[in-house]
Design a protein around this ligand. Structure first.
Ligand code: MN3
Length: 199
């Protein structure tokens, strides 16, 4: 299946003041689009253009770095846009998710500090994650485009810590960006949807 750049699920102004129109224009229209265009070209060259993005990610990992990086970043960004919403974030989690966060991650406050720590300590570009592995939630971090799919887990929440995600709005203050993401942007409904599928 050819990769397609999805529309943002909200206006370019919707996430202000936590994420600016300018950041979304560059991040979605230029960075994500480049992953789609390069991914399509490299998937066709590798004979993988009939596969789903998840299959391309899993099958190219460790074998075709160019294709993997672009396909994984496409997958990551499809969800990243949906992992945010206007008026999101904070500690009002849907019930099923609250239960899992309490039992597997030590409660909301510990989730928040561990998730922010994962994103802050990812050296260079990458992502911080909450994923489901063997039926339990886990927090992790990965370099560049890598994601929990290639480690036998299902990502249910991820935050992009590439500089292109925060430098316009926060300059070098990555922890401030991560705090704003958790407090004011997370779309817990999308996290719940992925959690229900992953269980
Ligand atoms: Mn990005």
């Amino acid at each position: 299946m050819a990769f397609e750049l999805p529309e943002l699920p909200y206006d370019y102004e919707a996430l202000q003041p936590y994420m600016s129109k300018e950041t979304l224009e560059y991040h979605h229209d230029k960075h994500h689009k480049a992953y789609v265009d390069n991914g399509n070209k490299l998937a066709a060259e590798a004979g993988m253009d009939k596969l789903s993005v998840e299959e391309v990610v899993k099958q190219s990992f460790g074998k075709n770095a160019g294709l993997f990086n672009n396909a994984a970043q496409h997958y990551n960004h499809i969800h990243f846009w949906k992992w945010m919403k206007k008026g999101g974030g904070g500690n009002k989690l849907p019930g099923a998710l609250q239960k899992a966060v309490d039992s597997d991650l030590g409660g909301y406050d510990k989730f928040k500090s561990d998730f922010i720590a994962a994103g802050t300590t990812q050296f260079g570009s990458g992502w911080a994650w909450v994923s489901v592995k063997d039926g339990k939630l886990a927090i992790s971090k990965t370099p560049n485009g890598e994601n929990p799919l290639v480690h036998g887990a299902s990502p249910i929440l991820g935050v992009d810590v590439w500089e292109h995600s925060y430098y316009i709005d926060y300059r070098n203050a990555r922890p401030k960006y991560l705090e704003a993401f958790v407090d004011s942007l997370i779309n817990w409904d999308h996290v719940l949807e992925l959690y229900e599928k992953a269980k």
